[in-house]
Write a protein that binds this ligand. Structure first.
Ligand SMILES: [Zn+2]
Length: 451
C-alpha cells in the first residue's frame, strides 16, 4: 500500500458527494459513488494517517479523546478505531448508501438529542479495566467533542438516554390480581410503567477485552479477523489502533425509579440482566422461562422503585445464548427428535452437538454496563445464572440476594431447561436434581404441539 492510495481515498470522488447536500436535494448514482481506488487497509506509518489520540480510561473525556471510526473524507486519516459505527446496523447503512437513499457524507443533526437524564460520571469511567466493551462517554459526544464535530470530524454517539411509558398486558394482569398497585408515579393511574431507557452500542478496547478473557491481544485480533471473513484487515495491520466497534447487537437498560438511586448505596437495587430470547420474550414460546423471568423482573423492579429503591433490567442482544435463532431452532428439533425424547439430561448435549459449545454469551464483558451505571451493590438479583452471578461478583459488585423465578410461573415445557441448568450449576433454593430426575424431566413430544 502506498501513501498515494490513502490520499486518493481521502480526496474522495464524486463532486456531488462532496457538496454536502441532503439526499433529497441530490440524486446519487451507485456508479458515481466510488471512483477512487479501494483502500483495503491502512498502516500506522502511512502518509496521511494521523489518528486522534485516544487514551482508554483517561480521567476526563478531553484526555480520553473521541472515538472516531468513520471513513469519511475529513475523518479518514484521523480515525482511531477499527470497524464501523452502529453495531450490526452498519450493514443497513451500507445498503442505504449503495442504493442511493443516503448520502455517504450525511452528517447527523444532533440538535435536541441530548440525554433526558444525567448518569455519571463514575470512577469506573476512568478505569481502563473496569469498562472495556462500551464507550463510557458514548452519550456525551456532542457535549465533550463539539470542537471535533465543528472541524468536520465524524464523531458519533454510541449511547443514548431517553424516557418512556410502558404498557404491558402482563402488568395490567398483575395490577388486576393485586400483585402490583398503581401509585401514580412509578406506575401511573392508567397502569403504565414510567421508565428511563439507555441504548448502548458495543465499543471494544481490544487490550482490555483480551485481558478480561485471559488471552493475548494478537490472538483476539486474529480470531476477529478470521471469523468475520477477513472483514476488518486493520485488526491485523493497525496494532496502533486499540479500539474496535464490532458488528454485533448492543444492549438496552430499563430503569424503574430514579436513575440517581442506582449508584446511591443508601438505596436498594433490584436488577435483572436478561439475554434476548425473541421467541419467548416477544412471541410467548413456552419452551423456556425467558418471558416469565422478564415479566417477573419488571414487576420486582417496579415494586422496588415504589418502595423507594430502584429497579434495573439490562437487555442484551445475545439471542439463543449468542448462538442465534437458527442454531436455537436446530437444537429444538434435535431435542424433540432424539431417542428417549426431550430430557433435561440431554439438554446441553444437543446444543453442543450443533454449536460446538453450549453457550457463547461469555458473561465476562456483561458487568461493564453495571459499572457504567455506578452499581456497587445489587440487593436483589433476579436470575438463576451462575455465569452472570460470578461475572458480576468477580468484577467487584456485591450481590446480596439471588432470586429465582417462582415455581408457578414456569411454563410446563420449560422444566427441561430449568432442571438441566440447575444440574449445571444454576442457582436454586430447591433440591438439586439427581441423574434420575434429569432423565425423568421431559418436554412435550412433537405430536402434542398444536399446529
Ligand atoms: Zn428463551
Amino acid at each position: 500500500m502506498t501513501s498515494s492510495e490513502a490520499s486518493t481515498q481521502s480526496t474522495a470522488a464524486d463532486p456531488a458527494v462532496e457538496s454536502h447536500k441532503s439526499p433529497k436535494e441530490e440524486e446519487f448514482s451507485p456508479q458515481q459513488l466510488y471512483t477512487s481506488r479501494v483502500v483495503l487497509t491502512t498502516y500506522p506509518s502511512q502518509l496521511g494517517i494521523d489518528p486522534i489520540p485516544l487514551t482508554w480510561g483517561a480521567a476526563t473525556p478531553a484526555e480520553r479523546g473521541p472515538v472516531v471510526v468513520s471513513r469519511q473524507q475529513d475523518s479518514f486519516g484521523k480515525r482511531n478505531a477499527i470497524g464501523a459505527g452502529g453495531g450490526s446496523y452498519c450493514i443497513y447503512r451500507a445498503l442505504a448508501v449503495a442504493i442511493g437513499a443516503l448520502s455517504p457524507t450525511h452528517r447527523p443533526d444532533f440538535g435536541l438529542t441530548e440525554p433526558t437524564h444525567i448518569i455519571g460520571p463514575f470512577p469506573a469511567w476512568s478505569d481502563p479495566e473496569k469498562i472495556v466493551s462500551m464507550d463510557p462517554w458514548g452519550h456525551a459526544t456532542v457535549e465533550h467533542y463539539h470542537e471535533h464535530l465543528e472541524k468536520g470530524i465524524d464523531v458519533r454517539p454510541t449511547i443514548a438516554i431517553t424516557q418512556a411509558h410502558m404498557k404491558l398486558a402482563e402488568i395490567d394482569d398483575a395490577i388486576a390480581k393485586g400483585i402490583l398497585h398503581c401509585d401514580g408515579d412509578i406506575i401511573t393511574k392508567g397502569g403504565e410503567l414510567k421508565v428511563v431507557k439507555v441504548a448502548s452500542e458495543p465499543v471494544w478496547h481490544l487490550p482490555g477485552v483480551a485481558k478480561r478473557f485471559g488471552i493475548g491481544e494478537s490472538t483476539l485480533r486474529r480470531a476477529l479477523f478470521e471469523d468475520t471473513g477477513g472483514m476488518y484487515p486493520e485488526l491485523i495491520t493497525r496494532p496502533d489502533l486499540k479500539v474496535f466497534l464490532p458488528p454485533i447487537g448492543g444492549l438496552t437498560v430499563y430503569i424503574f425509579g430514579d436513575p440517581a438511586h442506582i449508584s446511591d448505596p443508601t438505596k436498594r437495587l433490584t436488577m435483572r440482566v436478561h439475554d434476548e430470547c425473541n421467541g419467548s420474550d416477544v412471541f410467548g414460546s413456552d419452551i423456556c422461562t425467558c418471558k416469565p423471568y422478564l415479566i417477573y423482573s419488571i414487576e420486582e423492579c417496579a415494586r422496588e422503585a415504589q418502595n423507594g429503591g430502584v429497579g434495573v433490567v439490562v437487555y442484551f442482544r445475545k439471542e439463543g445464548r449468542a448462538l442465534g435463532e437458527v442454531t436455537k431452532y436446530l437444537v429444538y428439533n434435535a431435542r424433540k427428535r432424539q431417542e428417549g425424547g426431550d430430557t433435561a439430561a440431554n439438554y446441553f448435549k444437543r446444543t453442543e452437538f450443533v454449536a460446538g459449545v453450549k453457550d457463547m454469551r461469555f458473561q465476562a464483558l456483561m458487568p461493564d454496563i453495571l459499572h457504567w451505571l455506578g452499581v456497587s451493590r445489587i440487593d436483589r438479583f433476579i436470575s438463576m445464572s451462575n455465569m452472570k452471578y460470578e461475572a458480576i461478583v468477580e468484577s467487584g459488585i456485591e450481590i446480596i440476594e439471588r432470586v429465582s423465578i417462582p415455581e408457578e410461573r414456569m411454563p410446563a415445557d420449560s422444566k427441561v431447561e430449568i432442571e438441566a441448568k440447575i444440574a449445571d450449576g444454576y442457582f436454586t433454593t430447591g433440591a438439586m436434581p439427581t441423574a434420575d430426575t434429569l432423565e425423568a424431566v421431559k418436554g412435550r413430544n412433537w405430536d402434542e404441539i398444536a399446529h
